[in-house]
Design a protein around this ligand. Sequence first.
Ligand SMILES: [Zn+2]
Length: 89
Amino acid sequence: MNPIPIASATLAAPAAHAGNGLLVVVLLVLATVLYAAGHALSVRLHPWRPCRRCGESGKHRGSVFNRSFRPCSRCGGTGRELRRFARLP
Ligand SMILES: [Zn+2]
């Protein structure tokens, strides 16, 4: 008498867990799709980001005579670079 309820309980538990797992997967996929759509819209509206090498100054400074500078080689002196997946406006 006793083993049957335990067996049914152990059989029912994985099924309930699988249902929750499917819900979590669906929510994660939905969140990913929403994030990707929002990111694509953001890249479309704002294609530029500050240059990572010069920090938007557009200057590469000398290490000894640090008042002297030349244009940053990464951004060409503009201080900005295109975000990933962005097209030139
Ligand atoms: Zn730069």
